[in-house]
Structures are given as structure tokens and as C-alpha cells.
Design a binder for this molecule. Sequence first.
Ligand code: GDP
Length: 617
Amino acid sequence: MKKKKYFSKKNVTQRRVTNFDSAPHAKKAEYAKVNGGVFLYNKPISVAELSKAINVPTSAIIKYLFLNGKAVTINQILDDEMIGTLCLEFGYDFKKEEPSVSAEHFEDLEIQDDPKDLKPRPAVVTVMGHVDHGKTTLIDAIRNSHVAEGEAGGISQAIGAYQKEVKGQKITFIDTPGHAAFTAMRARGASVTDIVVLVVAADDGVMPQTLEAISHAEAANCPIIVAINKMDAPGANARKVKEELLAHNVVSEEYGGDVIMVEISAKTGKGIDELLDAILLKAEMMELKANPARYASGTVLESNLDKGEGPKATLLIQNGTLNASDFVVVGEIYGKIRRMVNEHGETLKSAGPATPVAVTGLEAVPSAGDRFMAFPTEREARDIAEKRALEKRAKEKSGTSALSLSDLNNLVNAGKVQDVNVIVKADTDGSAEALKSSLEKLSDDKVKIKVLLSAAGAISDNDVSLADASHAIIYGFNVRPDARVRALAEEKGVEIHLHRIIYELLDEMKAAAKGLYKAEMVENVTGEAEVRHIYKISHVGTVAGSYVTSGVIHSGSKVRVLRAGVIAYEGKLASLKRFKDDVKEVRQGYECGLMVEGYNDVKEGDLIEGYEMVEKQ
Ligand code: GDP
């Protein structure tokens, strides 16, 4: 009789480590508990969880929040401020402890591979440069160079990246050129690029977007290789390009620096081999490595909804090996991979580090820049995706994490050493340079000020995305952002400070760096209401039946009662109702009933002015 085989050799060699096996800090427990009258927690807390931990019915929690103007549901994640208020209300002290990195925060997980498991991996390259300097032509030229017979099995497909084999070694090229996509990715916490190829046209020289690309690459700590393109064009002058780059601290090897510069023509193909060699050389010096023997993790490069195949995503595997049958969490979505193909449309069974693959089988379309991780079981993948979705929603509610001068001020006061990234835009090159050096001189042992970009010109949306990705503050000197850029900055939570006098700008930064910054607050009138009827209600007080004549009146707003243009009272709203219901706000053209806290002498004909205090811009 044939002996039954329990362990096939194949199974043993193919066992992959999960992404947490060698990261001992990764599995610390999460908790939400009361200990000696203190509510301790280290994770997102829903109403139901808090209710259980502090032994207060959910209805009491929901009611309390409702009466304070916040409508929540039982499964809603509470922000820290709400948790604090609720604990105090119900007789507990509270303490949030640093969350441990757990499976659902896999982007924060620093995978610690045993050095002996690490194998060399291909470099991932992004092409950047000024418009029309030949980025797209170069990407295509590389893709089509030396296509060995039979190499490309199928028709090449645009999946967002491709791999090129050069002298038996692979290089991965990201298809989308330019720094906008690069920085958008970084703003989402994903850095996929190892090397930036900076394309500069030899007949045009260093241009504004060349400089932007340099700043973006430097902010990401990405080494640059310069491709001096269009060497075939009349008027091509490589020397001039090198000198212009030298003036911006990108120093070629022949001038004693460490930046490799290669003269090429993307059009004729001349110099492309040398450029590829240079990339291999740089990659070798960088000793890029990964561990193929673990479950895969990486980043979404592109995604779309395919009519036939459903949600489809291009994943760049950054560590580990992805198998065609793995379960993956992508962003907040999970799925079992149905089909995995390369850029030639060939079906793959597995793919290793630095490989781009297009996968189907996800339950929805993820976003570019989302991180992914593969898991051994469906249950694990589903649980983690669900937790991530909950947290994302909670985060969206609680705003952004960009650095502001007030934050910096508070961090300095808390004794934390702080690196501050700054972007300077000014009306002239001279003032941009002067501001850069004066700002950097403000650095001391507590605060390191680093100017990522200083340039002449208006504040652009690229500046805002760089600031967003690098947690930078933008300073404008004699320049202003337009409404679109301002709106983008507001959306991303990026702070823009505008000045017209150099020493005021420097004083402001100096104050923040010393922990002495006070944002100047100014008043912003949100709306006005006219009092039309007065109702005296016993045990309650005076309700002013009013009509909002302009703007918006918010519940709890600071208000001023104006009688014939004179301030009769200043305070805040105690209640704001439409008919019998409490409301958050009432807009122009609507009636409302309002009460002013501590003031019952409102009269017909009074004007109620609602206002808020905002940081002066
Ligand atoms: P991108 O905006 O940087 O992506 O630039 P493109 O790749 O679209 O190229 C802009 C223009 O420059 C196109 O008309 C190309 O044909 C041309 N071009 C690109 N590379 C070369 C080159 O090496 N030599 C010459 N003469 N023209 C080039």
C-alpha cells in the first residue's frame, strides 16, 4: 500500500511568512477598559463600546451628545474630544494610550525581515521633467527598445507600469510621468519610486517644472538621474543644461557631484542603453532588497471598473510575493484574486517584489495610492478590511493632519523636537532666495526649518500637493493663491501664510519655533436675523421668533444683539429651533426660534448677528 504523504516538500518550501511573523511589535492587543476610575483606550471607540466599558446605557450617551448638538448612531466611532467629554460627564477620567501597530494599520508596519531572507529586487523608476521635454517619448522608447523576439507574449496593455529586462536584470517603470502623480501618491503616504529620471531638453534647458521636479524628488529623498534629452535637435547644448543644474545644486559627476547625467535622444534611441545602464548602476549602489518569501504588500498604481471583469487594480508589489489565489485587503476593500496578469496580458500564478500586476476579484474599485496587503485567509482579510473602513470614516470626520503654525507652537511647548518643512513662493527670485536662507537660519536645537522649495511665482496647486505630501507650511511673499488653489489648500488642510513685509514673516516663524506663536484671531460674521415676535415661556425664558436676513445662523454661535445699531448684549445662542426641532443651522430666507444664553430682554426689531472667530490669514 502506498504510504500516505502528510507533508509534501512543495508545501514546506512554499510556506510564506505572514506579514506579522517577524514584526513582534505588530500584534499588541487593543483595549478599551476602565481601570481605577480611568477609561483607558488605544483604538477607535464606538458608542456601543464606550457604553459597555463605562457601564452607561447607549441611549444616555446618544442623548447627551444630541443635547450638545451632535447626532450620533450606536456604531459611530467617537472622536477623542467626544470620548473625553462623555467620560467626564459620566464620572470617569480618561486616557488615550499610543496605539500599537496592528494588522489593520499595515501601512505603518515596518516589516522587519531577517537580512538573510532579503534578495535583490528591481528598482522602481519614475520619469519627471518640464512639459514637452520628452518624458512620454522616453517612456515609450524604453518600452519598445530591445523587444527580444517572443519576449512580449501578448499585446502590451497600459496597466500603469511595466518592467524592462536589461542585461538579465529588471527595471520597473511607472507609466505616469511628472511630479503631480508622484506627489499625489506621496500625499497618501505611499512612496513607490526608488529613482527619479529627470528629463531636461538640451535645446530648452532648465525650466520651472524642472525645478519643481527636483524639489519633489528631494522632498521624497529620491535620488535623481538626469537624462539630457533631444541631443539630436538643433541648438542642443548639454553643457548649458549641466551648468544650469549646477546652479540648483544638482551636480554632475564631472563637476565633482554624484548625479549621473546621460545625453540621450528619446526620438532616435541614442543613449537609451547608457541611461538604462546608469539606472542599473544606481540601483546596485542603493542595494534595493525585499523578501520574496512573505505575503505581499504594496501600493495601488491605477484602478478602474472594467465592463467585463468588474473592479480592476494595478498593484505594485513592494515586498513579498503575491499568489494568484491570495486574499488581499486593498485600502478598505477585500477580495480573493480572480485573475492576475502582467503588462502583456499574460496570466501569472505568482509575482515577486517590484512587479506591477493587474488583478481582478476585488469587491469594489480601490483608489490609486491605496496600500494593499495579502493575507492567508479570507476571514482575516475581511475583518481587517472592515476595521479599516470604520477607521477611515472616523478619520474623515475628524479632519486632516497637515502641520499648522499653531501645531508647531504646541509641539515646541510640549518639548518635542520638530522638523518643519516650508515652501516659499515670492514675487522675485531674489526675495525667494533671501527668505529661504533667512528662514533656514532660524533653525535651532528644537526646530529644524527646511525649505523644500523656494521660487518666484504664484502659489499653485502643485505647491499645495507638495505641502500636503510633506506636511509643509506655505509662505507667500507678495503673491497670492487664486480661489481654486485656496480651496484646494483648505480641503487638504494646508496652511498658507501671506506676507508683504519680510521681517513680519520671519517674526511669525520665529515665534512659532519658540513656542510663542499666537494666531491672530479675527471676527467673521456668519449671518444676521431680525427678531419679529417675542414669546415669553415660563420656566424657559424669552424665545425670539426671527427671520434670517443674510448668511447662516449656527446653533451655539457667538451672537451680538443689536438694537438700533447699538450692541445691547454679547453672548452665545442657547438654542436654535425650526418649529419644534433643534437644528444645527438656519439659512437666509428661513424663520427660526432662538434664545440667547443668559439674556431674556430681546425685543422685537432687534438684530441678532451671528459671528465666529477665525485665524487671520
Ligand atoms: P512630455 O510632455 O515631456 O511628455 O514630452 P513628449 O514626450 O510629449 O515630447 C514633446 C515633443 O518633443 C514631441 O513632439 C516629441 O516628438 C519631441 N521629442 C521628444 N524627444 C525628442 C528627442 O529626443 N528629439 C527631438 N528632436 N524631439 C523629441
